[in-house]
Design a protein around this ligand. Structure first.
Ligand code: PEP
Ligand code: MN
Length: 262
């Protein structure tokens, strides 16, 4: 069902006035994790002013260590919906388990994180909704496995799937992950589904997020997802890869230029 052979035209995933897969670049931005109302609102206003189309923010975080900050849970989602309403931006947040689906009823785009790419019962449950799903590639998963995971959602009746390349684990220790640029044009060739690039997790280093974002745009992605923080040094999660508010404004100026020339 994900294959372009059987479905040659691009699938467009519509989220209100925002579209993924229509040929234009769509930008998702916001903090890795919602830390407070003040933090989220400051970031939301700034990314909106810089041209973001959707606001992201994690409330349920799949942290490597259970002793680190794991998100504000329902309170975080409440702040996210409020910030979305205030700025007019649709919102994106990560779900970790089936039982939480009712909490996400007003979230515009549900994210399945890399660590849950092969949580098949979760994928099947999301397939029974008509809400758009942003499906991230697992750090140890192949492109084929990502496409089979998309099938779990599509085959249950939900056609609104967006694929996301967020880097894979390789032998290179200087970066958090190796952003697999090949995946962007290859996924576009193999599938009709929209493709989003996440250079934040793909690099893990804020200083190289902007050039890698621009490379992903040049390679044909439909959207980008960038982690932005108003005070990266004090972020409770993923601060080392967060661009600051100014950095995001610069990133977006370049993004629009790369969008024009591709
Ligand atoms: C995230 O988007 O904050 C996240 C946890 O990403 P990933 O699932 O790609 O690690
Ligand atoms: Mn993150």
């Amino acid at each position: 069902l994900a294959s372009r052979k059987k479905h040659p035209q691009n699938t467009i995933v519509n989220i209100g006035k925002v579209h993924f897969g229509d040929g234009n670049l769509t930008a998702i931005a916001g903090p890795c994790t919602i830390e407070s109302k003040e933090q989220l609102f400051a970031i939301a206003e700034a990314v909106k002013a810089s041209g973001a189309d959707l606001l992201r923010g994690g409330a349920y975080k799949p942290r490597t260590s259970p002793y680190t900050f794991r998100g504000l849970g329902p309170k975080g989602l409440e702040y996210l919906l409020e910030a979305g309403q205030k700025t007019g931006l649709p919102v994106v947040s990560e779900i970790m388990e089936i039982a939480d689906i009712p909490l996400f009823k007003d979230v515009d785009l549900i994210q399945v994180g890399a660590k849950n790419m092969q949580n098949y019962p979760l994928l099947e449950a999301l397939g029974k909704l008509d809400k758009p799903v942003l499906l991230k590639r697992g750090s140890g998963n192949t492109i084929e496995e990502l496409l089979y995971s998309a099938e779990y959602i599509l085959s249950n009746g939900n056609p609104n799937v967006i694929l996301c390349e967020r880097g894979i684990r390789t032998f290179e220790p200087m970066t958090r992950n190796t952003f697999d640029i090949n995946a962007i044009p290859l996924l576009k060739e193999l599938s009709h589904l929209p493709v989003v690039a996440d250079p934040s997790h793909g690099t893990g280093i804020s200083s190289i997020v902007t050039p890698v974002t621009h490379a992903a745009i040049a390679s044909g992605c439909d959207g980008i997802m960038v982690e932005v923080h108003n005070d990266p040094a004090c972020a409770l999660c993923d601060g080392q890869q967060a661009v600051d508010l100014n950095g995001f404004a610069q990133l977006m100026l370049g993004a629009r230029e790369y969008e024009k020339i591709r």
